[in-house]
Design a protein around this ligand. Structure first.
Ligand SMILES: C[S@@+](CC[C@H](N)C(=O)[O-])C[C@H]1O[C@@H](n2cnc3c(N)ncnc32)[C@H](O)[C@@H]1O
Length: 355
């Protein structure tokens, strides 16, 4: 696997935002460049040439460049920066894959309670009550910030709790998500992982299946395996796989990861999003990590974790030595991300190469 190109968006020609570069002095008054008379477009580039059959595209592009030409030069950098990073264009740029993932989230929301926890998850429910500050489960894949805002407006959810009952003294509630959000999935598949053509990815603790569905839509991974301890969540994943016909590349196993040695040994990418902390007691967590460190051994394969291995292991008693096992791969969290990106969440994502 070649890791040198990590960070390049898979679709690097179109990229994120609008991929706009600052107009140079070539921009004539009125914004139209006259260099290439054979093309009706304002600028003849590779992508323009490819799209040139479409006159609407050319005319729209010319109009935008004309508009940019009318902006005073001193204001252009700020305008272009806004165009590169704003979410205001989302409704125009959302591709079909984003829409499909949002439809899947709709389907899953309809099958689950608001807190997205099952009554069978005793330990996780108990652990949340032991948090030092009042904390609620809010699944980041099912409920994005806008959705939470609308639930708060309807009085179905709150971001705050009352510190002195009946008073206006309030403090923010802690939120815990047991899934990656759409934004995190796109960061992982577009910016963190390399091209996955022909590769096998394993999501340890696949829960709602978000990593698998994201991998199906945003990567070329040949096989995506999910291993999930909870049978009810396995059924939900199967429901989505069937409905969206993902079964040619996704397989879900209802199992404890500690029984899946050969799957882990053959994986090219292993994803572990806070798998054990809320679901196993400390002795079980230590045992599960020992199992992972003995079986995720394929040289050059990748292990993506939230939080870092150091953080997960620091509170457990294990014999795991990180330096002979893995090397951390630095990630660029600033890469062309929308301006309202939750950077704190992205900084929890860590990537390691197996030595
Ligand atoms: C935080 S969720 C991860 C969800 C998903 N991977 C994602 O990123 O959106 C962790 C899941 O791991 C499962 N789990 C915990 N211990 C496990 C084990 N030993 N084997 C398989 N699954 C396990 C839990 O049931 C839970 O659904």
């Amino acid at each position: 696997m070649d890791y040198t190109e990590r960070g390049a968006p898979r679709n690097s020609k179109t990229g994120r935002g609008l991929g706009i570069s600052e107009p140079s002095e070539e921009l004539h008054e009125g914004g139209v460049r006259s260099r290439d008379s054979s093309c009706a477009c304002a600028v003849r580039t590779e992508s323009c040439a490819a799209a040139c059959g479409d006159m609407e595209f050319c005319a729209a592009r010319r109009t935008i460049l004309q508009l940019l030409g009318t902006v005073v030069p001193a204001d252009r950098p700020a305008l272009l920066q806004w165009m590169r990073t704003t979410r205001d264009f989302d409704e125009f740029t959302q591709d079909n894959n984003d829409i499909m993932l949002k439809n899947i989230a709709d389907d899953l929301r309809n099958c689950l309670p608001l807190e997205t926890m099952l009554s069978s998850e005793h330990l996780a429910l108990q652990k949340i009550q032991q948090q030092p500050k009042p904390t609620v489960h809010v699944d980041a894949f099912l409920y994005d910030e806008d959705f939470i805002d609308s639930l708060c407006e309807e009085g179905k959810m709150s971001r705050n709790y009352c510190m002195v009952c009946g008073s206006h003294q309030t403090a923010p509630l802690g939120f815990i998500s047991h899934s990656f959000s759409l934004m995190e999935l796109k960061f992982i598949y577009h910016h963190v992982l390399p091209d996955l053509s022909g590769k096998v990815l394993v999501d340890v603790g696949s829960r709602l299946g978000t990593v698998l569905f994201g991998g199906y839509l945003y990567s070329s991974a040949e096989q995506l395996y999910g291993v999930e301890l909870n049978g009810d969540f396995c059924q939900l994943q199967e429901m989505v796989i069937k409905k969206y016909q993902f079964n040619d590349r996704i397989k879900v196993l209802h199992a404890d990861i500690c029984t899946q040695g050969s799957l882990l040994q053959n994986a090219d990418v292993v994803i572990m999003n806070n798998v054990f902390e809320y679901f196993l007691n400390e002795a079980e967590q230590a045992r599960a990590w020992e199992y992972i460190s003995h079986n995720v051994r394929k040289q050059g394969s990748l292990l993506l974790t939230v939080p870092s291995l150091e953080e997960s292991l620091s509170v457990l008693q294990t014999n795991i030595q990180l330096s002979p096992w893995v090397k951390e791969v630095p990630l660029n969290y600033d890469e062309c991300l929308p301006e309202d990106t939750d950077r704190e969440a992205l900084e929890q994502i860590h990537l390691y190469e197996i030595l």
